[in-house]
Write a protein that binds this ligand. Structure first.
Ligand code: MD6
Ligand code: FE
Length: 215
């Protein structure tokens, strides 16, 4: 077929956020059912649990991981670990469904060659939140962070290089993917307290899958 006036234009996911940072709206929508089944499989092996912060608080977000390295926190600090502290065994392998989508999203955002080795799976109930923080436990900051939102909508807080920088409030819906790296790799970010609701795919929960190069 030639000269189809009505041919689809390339999908326009991209919504610039900051230098080096972009929201890919709906990028994970088609894969969402498979991703949710994958999360359930990972959580059967490494159940979501509310970890303790170095300051002695219990996180409102329940976390689990897959891949060579998992993000953990306890009284001694935030770090990556090859062992799930609850089971004493390695984290489940990083499923290809998640890995492939994360690599493609990074490429779409201008980061070819992303090779994540850590995949954090966060589970939010209504009221759960994540305060403004930087992701700085990774070994090198040249790789971006890829963050996939599923289920209940959330408000993403995206600030700047200093804690006091004003934070934008960005709605994130089921299937949205945020990629940040380069000049914004160390920007402060967080999640506002989740508002109650019911999502057809996840019920009263939000999931976030975060891929990083940690080791
Ligand atoms: C989110 N999570 O769950 C965003 N960062 O939507 C994070 O930004 C995060 O969960 C560093 C360590 C753990 C996290
Ligand atoms: Fe973070």
């Amino acid at each position: 077929m030639t000269g189809d006036l009505f041919a689809d234009s390339p999908p326009d996911w991209r919504e610039p956020l900051a230098p080096g940072a972009v929201v890919l709206r709906g990028y994970a929508l088609a894969a969402a059912p498979v991703l949710l089944a994958t999360i359930a499989a990972v959580q059967r092996q490494a159940p979501a649990r509310r970890m303790e912060t170095p300051g002695g608080y219990t996180m409102s977000v329940a976390t689990s991981s897959c891949g060579a390295l998992g993000w953990v926190t306890d009284r001694s600090g935030y770090r990556y670990s090859a062992i799930d502290p609850d089971s004493g065994t390695p984290w489940p392998p990083l499923p290809a469904t998640i890995l492939d989508l994360g690599i493609a999203a990074a490429r779409e955002a201008g980061y070819p060659g992303f090779a994540p080795d850590a995949c954090l799976i966060n589970q939010y109930e209504p009221g759960a939140r994540m305060g403004l923080h930087q992701d700085r436990n990774e070994r090198d900051f040249t790789a971006p962070i890829v963050s996939i939102s599923l289920g209940l909508p959330a408000t993403f807080l995206f600030g700047g290089p200093r804690r006091a920088d004003p934070a934008r409030r960005l709605p994130l819906a089921h299937g949205d993917v945020v990629v940040w790296g380069g000049p914004s790799r160390l920007f402060f970010h967080g999640i506002a307290p989740l508002r109650p609701g019911l999502h057809p795919a996840t019920g009263a929960l939000r999931y976030n899958i975060t891929l990083r190069r940690a080791g």
